[in-house]
Design a protein around this ligand. Sequence first.
Ligand code: OGA
Ligand code: MN
Length: 295
Amino acid sequence: MAIAIQQLHPGFVGEVSGIDLRQPLTKDEVVQLQSAIDRYAVLVFHDQDITDEQQLAFALNFGEREKARGGTVTKKEDYRLTTGLNDVSNLGKDGKPLPVDHRTHLFNLGNCLWHSDSSFPPIPAKYSILSARIINPKGGNTEFADMRAAYDALDEETKAEIENLICEHSLMYSRGSLGFLDYSEEEKRMFKPVLQRLVRTHPAHGRKSLYLSSHAGAVRGMSVPEGRLLLRDLTEHATQPQFVYVHRWRLHDLVMWDNRQTMHRVRRYDQAQPRDMRRATVAGTEPTVAQEAAE
Ligand code: OGA
Ligand code: MN
């Protein structure tokens, strides 16, 4: 089988065929997919009926598994998945949709806000690899925004203004903007804000991206309201339709994206019905700005 790629959006997103992700990849396949993810920023694979172990093995071709400090309010003993994948479903340990007032469910609703995965630890995530195991009958599309194209389209004055800005990112900002405001002392320590540059340069091709995320809640050197207004304006700019690809999930789709040059969000769906999505996350290799490592 030979890999073939069809571009799905004028600016980014490649639909990849001619590869079975359940099998170990050849060196040449890894090289081809690596250059494809650099270029397209989002890769879509269909008909990949994959196990958690195979999904993780696929991810490890592109770096190490992210073991970031707490990206969740769910206690380890309540995890549904114990395979090392992130559970992005609406399901509890019993395999049923979580009650609508369940804390884990309320927290997970934050995925409906535009974000970049794991921008809240000092070394943010590189790739996310999401597999659709159960499709929800209503809604649940995932949208991706090309943050390189969004950056390029800014006027020169704005580019100069934001070039060296540093933002504070925390899960408490994204969840807080939805009214999820109650955290234990332990969670507050775990979700302590970290610093990220607002403009980052991609190491493979050197294009600049807006590094935005709903986790960003303050800009260094600005008052909180002024910083948040700037972030809102930039997010509104970056998520205009011309920069966005909408993914309509089919069963066993697998989508891989580069968090360093895209944002994404899931749209609302029927919470009474299951939606089982599982994510392997590939760790980043360096912070975007020097800071003390989290304890
Ligand atoms: C994620 C995420 C969106 C979805 O896995 O990081 O935001 O469609 N998922 O479930
Ligand atoms: Mn996400």
